[in-house]
Design a protein. Sequence first.
Length: 272
Amino acid sequence: MTSLRIALYQGPGGVPAPGESLAAFARAARRAAAAGARLLVTPELSLTGYALGDAVAELAEHADGPSARAVGRIAAEHGLAIHYGYPERDGSAVYNAAQLMGPDGTRLAAYRKTHLFGPYETAQFTPGAEPVVQAELDGVRLGLLVCYDVEFPEAVRAHALAGTELLLVPTALMRPYEIVPRSVVPVRAWESQLYIAYTNRHGDEGEHVFAGMSCLAAPDGTVRARAGGGEDLVVADVDTAAFAASRAENTYLADRRPELYTSLSPQGEPRR
């Protein structure tokens, strides 16, 4: 069985000045590596800040842009993978994206948020179209989602069926929706039998007040680590040995009857 130590970095806060987020990543990576972590997970749009308005298009970079290379260098320097959020430019489209850079500095996975939240995101971003993106790190199968995606049980279940063991979810969850890290995320981990690393923003950005409360939820529904309301870094272990015991007790995945759920797909929706 495999154990993977991860660090959830609840920071940096606010809209960072140029270069400030990379410096924050480097400090967090140093602390995480010193604690034995092999993976550092940062929040949604952690590279730029969230409340950017129309400036998000100006700050968007290509997936292999200068910031990606800088994050790769930080990962390689400290010998751990780094997962970060940023606005990605691809032609005329801008995506709310996340990338996973490996401990050697190379990209392991890239994901574009598929479920956009509210008028700001729908105005500024193009939704992604690939629901399941995965990577391997130290024998653990990782999956990528972003924020609002995890609030759709279908998105998490798709990962469970594809073999994801640890789901990385950078987020920018605002108050008063603390029910999500407090209740929804542990339930998602329980019902789909996987770990969820939910890493939130903190502090104020204009009218947005972020809730913090980053957490690692386990397949037995417990929360193995929880951040507070401000800048924080919490470390916890993902133990894949827990899967066998948890799935023996909770048989949701084995007891599914997909033939009954065809109405959940567009092809199976009844005609009106």
